[in-house]
Design a protein around this ligand. Structure first.
Ligand SMILES: [Zn+2]
Length: 346
């Protein structure tokens, strides 16, 4: 099969399109012929070696992909049929540890991770356990479905489950141009929230306003936080959705009204920040950590996408052969929504 192989840690040119042996489904596995996959900033962290997660090189990156069942191992017979359309779960929980049996499979550290601890979706084929795929309806193209899992799953878990978003609340969504930012905007607008957004370019802010944001602020301008406060007549927001970290995290925390919540799932702009504890407890603010999503949450967002209530935001679709270019595009943050990959050479 064709696959993009990462031979070493480094810049995007460590990725090369090669012909490699087809994966063989083991006992209990299914073989999936991928129709589309999607890029995540996490892929770039893994590639450059800053993720703190060692890889077994050479490696195939790619956490999310969708396709059709090509073969079913005897142990998985009856569970799936050749031709079924499926989404490959990016995190495969162990299913037996204490967090798994308590329903928090997203917190499992005993399972495996597609594109990280096992070969990923930058390829034509992938073999995974039969319980590690979910059924997809036939409506919508594969390129749409490839843009759903990390973006909408993560945003749903962070805004709805962890953040406790309610209708009528004011929500600040940082870095709205990313996959999870644009997904969160739709979920918050649909939930009846008043949505304020930030991004690093005016073009991204214009797109966000088209998608239903009420106010938009460029966080590369020094007074953006004052702009947010002014838009809320000085009251602040109920909930912040942050995956930026660094100064944006600290300034966003100060924009919460008394009793407000800040949910976080990323920190590319700075992992360690100074925190004013006095201000935090006096205003009874809450900082909430959020990690990926559960299978039931993913099934919920798949249904909402199938019914047209949520719409994947796709920046561009590129072939496997242009993977290095796709990585560089993400590195430049030159995108609004997801960069999707088709498993073709051109
Ligand atoms: Zn587990």
């Amino acid at each position: 099969m064709l696959a993009v192989i990462m031979e070493d840690y480094g810049a995007a040119d460590v990725l090369s399109l090669e012909t490699v042996a087809d994966p063989q489904p083991g006992p209990g596995d299914v073989l999936v012929r991928l129709e589309a996959s999607a890029l995540n900033h996490f892929d770039l962290d893994l590639r450059s070696g800053v993720s703190r997660i060692p890889l077994d090189l050479p490696h195939i990156l790619g956490c999310e992909g969708v396709g059709r069942i090509e073969a079913v191992s005897p142990e998985a017979a009856g569970r799936w049929t050749e031709g079924d359309r499926v989404m490959v779960l990016e995190e495969i929980p162990c299913g037996v540890c204490s967090v798994c049996v308590s329903g928090h499979q997203n917190r499992c550290d005993e399972g495996s991770w597609v594109g990280v601890s096992r070969p990923g979706c930058y390829a034509e084929l992938i073999a995974v356990p039969a319980h590690a795929v979910i059924a997809l309806p036939d409506q919508r193209p594969a390129t749409d479905w490839a843009a759903v899992q990390a973006a909408f799953g993560t945003a749903w878990h962070m805004l709805v489950t962890r953040g406790g978003l309610r209708s009528g609340e004011r929500v600040l969504i940082n870095a709205v141009g990313s996959g999870i930012g644009s997904a969160a905007l739709q979920i918050a607008v649909n939930a009846g929230a008043e949505v304020l957004v930030t991004a690093g370019s005016d073009a991204k802010l214009s797109r966000a306003l088209e998608l239903g944001a009420a106010h938009a602020f460029n966080y590369s301008e020094p007074d953006w936080a004052q702009g947010v406060l002014a838009a809320t007549t000085g009251a602040g927001v109920d909930l912040v959705y942050d995956h930026v970290g660094g100064d944006v995290f600290v300034q966003s925390l100060g924009l919460l009204r008394p009793g407000g919540r800040l949910a976080t799932c990323g920190a590319h702009a700075g992992e360690t920040v100074a925190l004013d504890i006095i201000e935090l407890f006096r205003a009874e603010r809450t900082i909430i950590g959020s990690r990926t999503f559960t299978r039931p949450e993913l099934e919920t967002v798949v249904r909402l996408v199938a019914d047209g209530h949520l719409n994947p935001v796709i920046d561009s679709v590129l072939p496997l052969a242009q993977m290095a270019e796709a990585h560089e595009k993400l590195e430049r943050r030159d995108h609004f929504g997801k960069v999707v990959i088709t498993p073709t050479a051109s």
